[in-house]
Design a protein around this ligand. Structure first.
Ligand SMILES: C[S@@+](CC[C@H](N)C(=O)[O-])C[C@H]1O[C@@H](n2cnc3c(N)ncnc32)[C@H](O)[C@@H]1O
Length: 278
């Protein structure tokens, strides 16, 4: 029997199949059989917290009134793992190659960077710190903006608060001191992004599957560790939309285990999972 059970609740085959279809249609995320336990855990929490009698009753609500539940459901189902300067070679690429070129070539003194699945904000803040470090005194005479979007409204709220627990001391102390106010006597690990890096970033909720309101062009698009959850068709569609929104010679940066598949022909590989529009 494939049903996942606890003493008081059952995620039936039929409900699991419905959840997989619902998630795919609304987020593009493909849930395989291997994700059954994860789905079970996350939905159990909703069913318990919202006092539904069963998974079946909750699925019925999703069928009949999906809009009312979408935010809560999507926030529960997404995986938001991220960290400051994750895949640090991407930020080194910005410093060594891309930002010097943009300063040289962008005669309009405008730079636009999009973090398209920004989760709790560590990625856009890392981009902002890299830009501020590199541009320093030039920043005031340039128009630099970082757009950070995600489908999940909870992670966006956390990102725009800019408050983190720096448990593992991942950031170099000098970087942390420069860009964050550090903890209080009661909570030494708590750090808060300073206003100057917050000012560079705009946070907005956006489902990558839906229409995008922004016109671009973007000089750099980060789309890291999200297409891994999508199927090839969704990936190809996204890559060609990113291609359209990039400026000539703009960069698309993917996560460590992601690739462009058949859209590779529209890009040149210029670094580890770093692709330039051709
Ligand atoms: C694993 S995190 C990656 C965070 C960051 N890019 C990184 O590499 O550290 C994946 C993020 O993609 C978001 N996501 C999933 N499906 C999405 C969609 N259809 N549109 C926009 N964001 C989505 C999730 O909410 C989650 O925050």
């Amino acid at each position: 029997m494939n049903n996942t059970r606890t003493a008081d609740s059952v995620l039936s085959e039929k409900d699991f199949k419905f959840i997989c279809e619902f998630v795919y249609e609304n987020t593009g995320i493909v849930l395989s059989e291997g994700k059954r336990e994860m789905v079970y855990r996350r939905l159990s929490q909703i069913v318990r917290e919202r006092k539904f009698d069963s998974f079946t009753q909750y699925c019925q609500l999703l069928r009949t009134n999906p809009k009312s539940e979408m935010t809560y459901f999507v926030n529960a189902i997404t995986t938001n793992l991220t960290s400051f300067f994750r895949e640090s070679h991407h930020f080194e690429f910005l410093t060594r190659t891309e930002l010097p070129q943009l300063l040289k070539n962008n005669s309009n003194k405008r730079i636009r960077i999009w973090s398209s699945a920004s989760s709790t904000g560590e990625e856009p803040y890392s981009i902002a710190m890299t830009v501020m470090d590199f541009m320093a005194d030039k920043l005031s005479s340039w128009d630099v903006k970082i757009l950070a979007t995600d489908i999940d409204s909870n992670v966006l709220a956390k990102a725009s608060d800019g408050i983190y627990l720096d448990k593992n001391n991942i950031m170099p102390i000098a970087t942390k001191k420069r860009f964050f106010s550090t903890g209080t006597a009661q909570n030494k690990e708590r750090i808060r992004a300073k206003q100057n890096i917050k000012d560079l970033i705009t946070f907005k909720q956006l489902n990558l599957l839906h229409e995008w309101p922004m016109k671009g062009p973007f000089d750099v698009i980060f789309c890291r560790n999200v297409v891994i959850y999508f199927d090839k068709e969704t990936q190809n569609d996204l890559f060609s939309r990113f291609h359209q929104l990039l400026s000539p010679g703009g960069l698309l940066i993917l996560g460590h285990s992601e690739n462009l598949g058949k859209c590779q022909e529209y890009f040149e590989t210029v670094g580890r999972t770093v692709f330039r529009k051709v």
